[in-house]
Design a protein around this ligand. Structure first.
Ligand SMILES: Cc1cc2nc3c(=O)[nH]c(=O)nc-3n(C[C@H](O)[C@H](O)[C@H](O)COP(=O)(O)OP(=O)(O)OC[C@H]3O[C@@H](n4cnc5c(N)ncnc54)[C@H](O)[C@@H]3O)c2cc1C
Length: 391
């Protein structure tokens, strides 16, 4: 997404852009919904893209206690969409002949006049500017900042998408049109509607996105969760079909004990859950001569602020603006970095504060944050809103 956003915005600013994507096949969503923040919608509109059918519109958030009783309710209008929907919009707007699939960057070199992208197939491409929009395991960032690595946050998310048509009518009535939270001690359960397959927004064709954040100590529980049926332990994440049956059975049994009866019925509908360990990543720099890093390559926030894609769009817009105002690429990149570093650090820090109470272990400072951000009133008002950026 960062690559496409940069590509589209830089083309608008008069640059000739080529995008190189390592994956050979067409990308597809990792089965999760995203909140289409107002800021992202504005950026998409600015690119002339149609945003009227971007996702499911909701107006209300709720909290249910373990007995299924409503404890809080607030108005919070938002658009909830699926990764594929936004990706498709961007991908279709970018010239296909300049989007090169199956081309992995191995390393780059640069001098005062050019950057050289060295691909794993041996080809070298010369450019005025190289943008590393290559995600959390960025090759570009690892070359520029080898000490900056993702840090495990101390908890994981179980995620799933469930077909709307499978919901029992009473659960559908109570949950489907809302963003609804459950707050077992030290945990967070969250559900909301998103588009169905092929961005279908028709009633009964949509899906319900479930996320359940649960603490998991890195050395014991996380290792167990990332160890598959054959005993192999995976690094960072585990493919859904390889998650061991005991781990899924434990999650299902815990749901029967810990969450509202309405959520228990939802968990019973999950076919193949996804397990996502949560990480923080923060870079001290984003500009390196004629090379820049953007989006998740530079900063990864925990999901509670729902800023991943809008932060990527803001990086791309700042990059295009800096390059429009300044012809010297290195100076422009320094200005881009100055425009984005502080805000990206704020987003990461805010997400860390909101997630502190979910961690398996906490420092004293994190303990204080956990107290502030774990109350029902705080969770319902602070999750997935970007207001904090403007105060
Ligand atoms: C396939 C996919 C599905 C996703 N689904 C969801 C979702 O459902 N919900 C959600 O909230 N977020 C999802 N995300 C994450 C979300 O897109 C990001 O948080 C946000 O868009 C900003 O990330 P990014 O574009 O900077 O990095 P990423 O989204 O990680 O994209 C980086 C891209 O760079 C490519 N790449 C990596 N290394 C190289 C290399 N050396 N050479 C060339 N290419 C390389 C990767 O294949 C990838 O396509 C998904 C990401 C991907 C890639």
């Amino acid at each position: 997404m960062s690559g496409l956003l940069c590509g589209l915005l830089l083309r608008r600013a008069g640059w000739a852009v080529d995008i190189y994507e390592r994956v050979d096949s067409e990308l597809s969503g990792r089965g999760a919904g995203i909140v289409a923040q107002y800021e992202l919608i504005e950026r998409l509109r600015g690119l002339g893209l149609a945003t009227d059918e971007l996702g499911v519109h909701i107006t209300t958030r709720k909290i249910l206690d373990a007995q299924g009783r409503l404890t809080h309710e607030i108005e919070c209008p938002q658009v909830l969409t699926a990764w594929e929907r936004v990706y498709r919009l961007l991908r279709d707007a970018f010239p296909p002949d300049r989007y090169h699939r199956g081309r992995g960057l191995a390393k780059f070199t640069q001098d005062a006049n050019k950057a050289l992208a060295h691909f794993s197939d041996g080809e070298i491409v010369e450019a005025d500017l190289l943008v590393g929009a290559d995600g959390i395991r960025s090759t570009v960032r690892q070359q520029c900042l080898p000490d900056v690595t993702p840090r495990y946050a101390g908890y994981c998310a179980w995620r799933a998408l469930i077909a709307e048509s499978t919901f029992p009518p009473d659960v559908h009535r109570e949950l489907f049109a809302f963003m609804t939270f459950g707050l077992p001690p030290g945990e967070q359960f969250l559900g909301y509607p998103v588009a169905g397959p092929d961005n279908d927004l028709r009633p009964m064709h949509r899906r319900y996105n479930v996320v359940w954040y649960r603490p998991a100590d890195e050395m014991t529980k996380l290792r167990w969760l990332l160890t598959d049926e054959r005993g192999a332990t995976h690094a960072i994440s585990i493919p859904p079909p390889m998650i061991r049956r005991e781990a899924i059975a434990e999650m299902r049994a815990d749901a029967e004990r810990l969450v509202a009866p309405q959520f228990r019925q939802v968990v019973r509908l999950i076919e193949e859950p996804i397990l996502q360990p949560i990480y923080d990543l923060e870079s001290p720099r984003m500009a390196f001569g004629r090379v820049a890093v953007v989006g998740d390559a530079a900063f990864v926030a925990r999901p509670h602020v729902a800023a991943g894609v809008s932060k990527a769009a803001d990086d791309a817009a700042a990059l295009a603006e800096a390059l429009q105002k300044e012809v010297d690429v290195e100076i422009a990149l320094k200005r881009f970095e100055a425009a984005r570093l502080a805000q990206n650090h704020r987003i990461i820090e805010r997400a860390r504060h909101l997630g502190a109470y979910l961690q398996a272990s906490r420092t004293q400072e994190e303990q204080a944050r956990a107290g502030r951000h774990s109350t029902d009133a705080a969770v319902i008002a602070e999750t997935a809103v970007l207001d904090f950026l403007y105060v």
